[in-house]
Design a protein around this ligand. Structure first.
Ligand code: BGC
Length: 757
C-alpha cells in the first residue's frame, strides 16, 4: 500500500508538470524511460496484455469468475489495454481500476473495431473506395473518431489495408478492394481522418492498419486459410498500403491470422522486424490479432504456448490481444534467459509512448465524458455527412435509354425486394455500436424523395432471409420461397417503373463469411424473370459487400445501380442518385465477374506467354482463356457511369527528368454537368521481373461542365514507374513504358514512351 501512495504522485508529477506539454520526442522518451525504470518485470509484461472486456462495467467489479480475475489483474498492474469496453461510463469504471488501484496507476488504453462508423454509420470501406475520393474516407473517419472518443475509446482497430482479389472472401467489404494504389490512397485518408494532426485531442483516436500482412490472399477466399504468395506479390501488392499508412503516421499495426509461405504472420520476423520496424522505421505498436499468438501452436509452428510467446515477441509483436499468452509465459521465458529483456522493454516503451501521445497520463478520464458522449454522437451533421459520403460511393453500372434519373412527379413506382425495406441491412457488417434497424431503408428514401403526384408501391417479392437476422451469427438464407412473387408481379405490372433491390444481406460478408457462390441467392433472379414478363423498365439496385456474378441481370435490365451498404442514411443517398439530385461519380474498386469460377479476378494481371484479347474467342484454343466463360470482367475495375458522358482524346507524353508528363483531354459530351475520374495505368513492357499489363498509378476527379473539355496533366516519377525487386529494393528500370489513360481499366487511350532514369 505504501508504494501506491508514493508512486502515484511521482507519476502524475511527471505527467502534469509544465514540461508535459512539451511534445518533443526527447521529453516524452525521458518520461517513458523513467517510468520503465521503476516497473517490475510483471508490470512490464502487463503492459503487453490486452483483455477483452465484454462484461458490463456497471460497478467496479464484474460478476463472473473470469471477469473478476481480469479485474483483479488490472488492479495489480498486469493489464495494458482492453477491447470491447464500451460507453463513457464503462470505460471510466475500468480506467479507475487501473489508475486508482494499481501500484503505478498507468492508464489502460481502450480499443474497438470501428471501420465505417461508431454509431453514425458510413458506407462500408469497400463502398467508400468506390467514391475514388479520399475526402470520403477522411471525413467519415474523422467523425467516427469523434464519436468513439466521446465514448471513452482511444484506439480504432482500422483501417483495413488488406488487398482483396477474391470475391468469395467475406472480408473483402472491410477494405478498399483489389488495387494497391487505390488502397494506399485510402490508407492515408483513413489514418488522417482517425488520428487528425493531434493525438492528444479528445476528438481523435489512434488508428491501426490491419491485418499485417497478406491476409486477403487466403487460398480460395476461405477466411483464415493459408496464404502462399511470392515476395514479388507481397512486396508490390500486399505491403504498399501498409507502407502508405505508416508514412501517414499510423500509430499502430495489427498482425494477422494467416501464415505466409509457412510462417504465421504473428511470428513473422522478416515482416515485422525487418520491413515494418526496420526498413519503414515504424515506431508504434504491433498488436496481435485476436488470440493469434496462441494460434501459432495450432498452425503447427510453435510447439507450445511458451514458445509461441517467445516467437511472437522476437518477431516484433508488442501486444497480445486476449490470448493471455504473454501474461502466462513471458516471465518464465525471460527469466530463464530465453529472451532478452530489452525486447520486452522496447515493446513496453512503444505502448507507454502511445498512452503519453493520447494524453492519458495528463488525464486518464478525458475521453470518458458522459456529457460529450450524449451531445456528440449521431448528430444531424454526422448524418448529413453519412448521406453525402453515401451518394458519392454509389456506382452507376448501366443506364440504357437514359432510364435514370427518374422523375419525381407523376410516376407510378414499384419498389420490390426484401432488402428494399430493411432498415438494418443498410448499416452493413462490422457496424460497431450502430443501433439495429436504425438506418433509412431504400424504400423510405424513395418515399421521401417523390412528389405527391407519384405513387410508391412496395412488395417483398423474394425472401432471402428468415427469422431474426439481427442475430448476425446465424443468418438463415432461404432458397425456393416464391410466396411473395405474385404480389410483386402484380405491383410491377401496374407501375411505370420497377426499382428491384437485389443483392445480399450485409451479414453474408464480413469475418468468417466466405462463400463458394457469389450469385444472387433467395430466388432473386427467378423473381426478376417474372417481373420482366410484365414490365421491362426494371432498375436493379444492388446491395452487396462483394462483387456479385450477375450476368443475367446485366444483360436483361436497362439500369443497374451499385449501392453497397451505405450506412445510416442509405435510403436518402440512393434516392439522391435515382432522382438525379446527385449525378453519380463512383467507380468500381473491384472487378465483377461473369462467374464465380473466374475468382480471384482482378485487372492487375500479367500478360503471360499466351495472352488473348479479352473477348471470348471460340477459334483460339491454346491461349490463356476459359472455354466456357469470358475471361474479362463483367464490370471492370475503375468502371462507373454518370448522367453525363465523357470522351478522352489527345493523350500526350513528354519525358522529363526521371519521369514522364502525361496529358489528356476529357470532354463532357452530354448536356449535364458532371464529374469524371480520369485514371492512369502503366505497363513496364520488359523488366527484370515481369510487370502487370496494367497498373493504376494515379487518378484525378475532374468536374466538367456540359459540353466543355478539360485537359488533365499527371506527372509520373520513378516512384510510380518502379517496383520492388528481390531483397526489397525499389527502383525503376529504364526502357519502354506503355501509358494508358481513360475512365476505367478496360477503355484506355494508349501511348508508348522510352524512358531513361
Ligand atoms: C479480427 C480483427 C479484429 C479483432 C477484434 C478479429 O477476429 O480479425 O480485425 O480487430 O477480431 O475484434
Amino acid at each position: 500500500m505504501r508504494s501506491i501512495h508514493i508512486l502515484i504522485p511521482v507519476l502524475f508529477f511527471c505527467a502534469c508538470s509544465p514540461e508535459s506539454k512539451d511534445t518533443s520526442q526527447n521529453a516524452m522518451e525521458t518520461k517513458v524511460d523513467s517510468l520503465v525504470s521503476i516497473m517490475t518485470l510483471q508490470e512490464k509484461i502487463g503492459q503487453l496484455n490486452m483483455y477483452n472486456g465484454t462484461w458490463e462495467f456497471t460497478g467496479p467489479v464484474p460478476s463472473d469468475e473470469n471477469s473478476q480475475e481480469k479485474a483483479e489483474n488490472i488492479k495489480k498492474g498486469l493489464v495494458g489495454g482492453m477491447l470491447n469496453v464500451l460507453t463513457a461510463e464503462g470505460t471510466r469504471e475500468a480506467q479507475k481500476l487501473a489508475v486508482e488501484e494499481s501500484r503505478l496507476g498507468i492508464p489502460l488504453i481502450f480499443g474497438y473495431d470501428v471501420i465505417h462508423g461508431y454509431k453514425t454509420m458510413f458506407p462500408i470501406p469497400l463502398a467508400q473506395a468506390a467514391s475514388w475520393d479520399p475526402s470520403v474516407g477522411r471525413e467519415s473517419s474523422a467523425i467516427s473518431a469523434k464519436e468513439m472518443a466521446a465514448s471513452g475509446l482511444h484506439w480504432a482497430f482500422g483501417p483495413v489495408m488488406d488487398i482483396a482479389r477474391d470475391a468469395r472472401w467475406g472480408r473483402i467489404m472491410e477494405g478498399a478492394g483489389e488495387d494497391p494504389y487505390l488502397t494506399s490512397v485510402f490508407a492515408r485518408a483513413w489514418v488522417e481522418g482517425l488520428q487528425g494532426d493531434d493525438l492528444t485531442s479528445e476528438e481523435t483516436v489512434a488508428a491501426c492498419a490491419k491485418h499485417f500482412a497478406a491476409y486477403g490472399f487466403a487460398e480460395a477466399g476461405l477466411d483464415y486459410s493459408t496464404v502462399d504468395i511470392s515476395n514479388h506479390t507481397l512486396y508490390n501488392v500486399a505491403l504498399p498500403p501498409f507502407k502508405a499508412a505508416v508514412d501517414a503516421g499510423v500509430a499502430t499495426v495489427m498482425n494477422a491470422f494467416n501464415e505466409i509461405g509457412g510462417i504465421p504472420a504473428t511470428g513473422h520476423r522478416h515482416l515485422q522486424r525487418d520491413i515494418l520496424k526496420g526498413a519503414w522505421g515504424f515506431d508504434g505498436i504491433m498488436l496481435s490479432d485476436w488470440a493469434s499468438i496462441n494460434e501459432m501452436v495450432t498452425h503447427g509452428y510453435s510447439k507450445d504456448s511458451a514458445s509461441a510467446a517467445k516467437s511472437a515477441l522476437l518477431a516484433g509483436c508488442d501486444m497480445d490481444m486476449e490470448s493471455r499468452i504473454y501474461e502466462r509465459h513471458l516471465e518464465g521465458v525471460i527469466s530463464s534467459g530465453g529472451l532478452d529483456e530489452a525486447l520486452l522493454d522496447d515493446a513496453v516503451r512503444r505502448i507507454l509512448k502511445l498512452k503519453f501521445q493520447l494524453g492519458l497520463f495528463d488525464d486518464p478520464y478525458k475521453y470518458s465524458d458522459m456529457e460529450r458522449e450524449r451531445t456528440t454522437i449521431l448528430t444531424s451533421e454526422h448524418l448529413a455527412k453519412a448521406r453525402e459520403t453515401g451518394r458519392k460511393s454509389i456506382v452507376l453500372l448501366k443506364n440504357d435509354r437514359s432510364i435514370l434519373p427518374l422523375k419525381k412527379a407523376g410516376q407510378k413506382i414499384a419498389v420490390i425486394g426484401q432488402l428494399a425495406s430493411s432498415k438494418d441491412v443498410v448499416l452493413g457488417s462490422w457496424r460497431a455500436q450502430a443501433i439495429p434497424n436504425s438506418g433509412i431503408s431504400i424504400l423510405e428514401g424513395i418515399q421521401g424523395a417523390v412528389e405527391r403526384s407519384t405513387s410508391v408501391s412496395y412488395a417483398r417479392g423474394y425472401t432471402l432471409t428468415k427469422g431474426d437476422r439481427t442475430f448476425r451469427f446465424e443468418l438463415d438464407i432461404v432458397e425456393g420461397d416464391r410466396s411473395g412473387f405474385s404480389e410483386a408481379v402484380q405491383v410491377a405490372g401496374r407501375s411505370d417503373v420497377v426499382i428491384l433491390v437485389m443483392g445480399e444481406d450485409c451479414f453474408q460478408t464480413g469475418e468468417g463469411r466466405s462463400q463458394v457462390d457469389i450469385a444472387l441467392k433467395g430466388n432473386q433472379e427467378d423473381l426478376l424473370k417474372e417481373i420482366l414478363k410484365v414490365n421491362k423498365n426494371v432498375i436493379a439496385v444492388l446491395m452487396n459487400g462483394r462483387p456479385l456474378a450477375i450476368p443475367y441481370v446485366a444483360e436483361n435490365v436497362p439500369a443497374i445501380v451499385e449501392t453497397w451498404y451505405l450506412g445510416s442514411e442509405m435510403g436518402n443517398a440512393v434516392a439522391d442518385v435515382l432522382f438525379g439530385d446527385y449525378n453519380p461519380t463512383g467507380k468500381l474498386p473491384v472487378s465483377f465477374p461473369y462467374h464465380v469460377g473466374q475468382e480471384p479476378l482482378y485487372y492487375y494481371v500479367k500478360n503471360t506467354g499466351r495472352p488473348v484479347p479479352n473477348e471470348f474467342d471460340a477459334g483460339m484454343v491454346f491461349w490463356a482463356h476459359y472455354t466456357d466463360s469470358p475471361k474479362k470482367a463483367l464490370f471492370p475495375f475503375g468502371y462507373g457511369l454518370s448522367y453525363s458522358s465523357f470522351e478522352y482524346s489527345d493523350l500526350q507524353l513528354t519525358a522529363v527528368e526521371k519521369g514522364v508528363n502525361v496529358s489528356v483531354k476529357v470532354t463532357n459530351t452530354s448536356e449535364v454537368d458532371g464529374v469524371e475520374t480520369a485514371q492512369v495505368y502503366i505497363r513496364d513492357i520488359h523488366a527484370s521481373e515481369t510487370r502487370p499489363a496494367k497498373q493504376l498509378v494515379d487518378f484525378r476527379k475532374i468536374a466538367i461542365s456540359a459540353g466543355q473539355s478539360e485537359t488533365v496533366t499527371f506527372t509520373l516519377s520513378t516512384e510510380d514507374l518502379g517496383f520492388y525487386h528481390a531483397g526489397y529494393s525499389f527502383y525503376a528500370e529504364p526502357g519502354v513504358f506503355k501509358i494508358m489513360v481513360g475512365g476505367d481499366s478496360q477503355n484506355l487511350l494508349t501511348e508508348d514512351i522510352e524512358l531513361d532514369f
